[in-house]
Ligand binder design. Structure first.
Ligand code: FES
Ligand code: FES
Length: 168
């Protein structure tokens, strides 16, 4: 089995690690680097539990080889909160009861953030389309949609506050 030395930046922290040719990114994150917040479900690109951001885009990390991610920046659920404060998407899931068992939640939040970075004011159909690759067996999805809408509103309010109210 060939081994490769790769570099991966995760949530802003640089890592160097050695992986097999066949090691999946999700296993490198979880087993080699300890970012166990990213869950593994189907390992076949169906459930979305393993969704992370890679160089800014949401990817299913069970479909990416670790060697393919060499030199990239990955963002995982562990990187969402800042200084102990929940990110808007986390606050949304909490306030809107967007989770039950929580298994899908890290991937859902990363998929939702990918949408919110492209579209700050998505409608319900756009939210449902953005998370259609992420399966949840508990919630029935409506509360997840509500959580994403909450996050969009929160981010919009934060942007307005940062702009000084936007009136001048
Ligand atoms: Fe990656 Fe299911 S574990 S999509
Ligand atoms: Fe259980 Fe989504 S909250 S799978």
């Amino acid at each position: 089995m060939a081994e490769h030395d790769i570099e991966l930046t995760v949530n802003g922290t640089d890592h160097e690690l050695t992986v097999d040719s066949r090691t999946l990114l999700v296993h490198a994150l979880r087993d080699e680097l300890g970012y166990t917040g990213t869950n593994v479900g189907c390992e076949s690109s169906t459930c979305g539990a393993c969704t992370v951001h890679l160089d800014g885009d949401a990817v299913k990390s069970c479909t990416v080889l670790a060697v393919q991610a060499d030199g990239s920046e990955a963002d995982t659920v562990e990187g969402l909160a800042e200084d102990g404060t929940y990110a808007p998407i986390q606050e949304g899931f909490q306030k809107e009861h967007g989770l039950q068992c929580g298994y899908c939640t890290p991937g859902m939040m990363l998929a939702a953030n990918d949408l919110l970075e492209r579209n700050s004011d998505p409608d319900e159909a756009e939210i449902r389309e953005a998370i259609e690759g992420n399966l949840c067996r508990c919630t029935g999805y409506q509360n997840i949609v509500n959580a994403v809408e909450f996050a969009a509103d929160e981010m919009s309010a934060e942007a307005t506050a940062t702009d000084g109210g936007g009136d001048d």
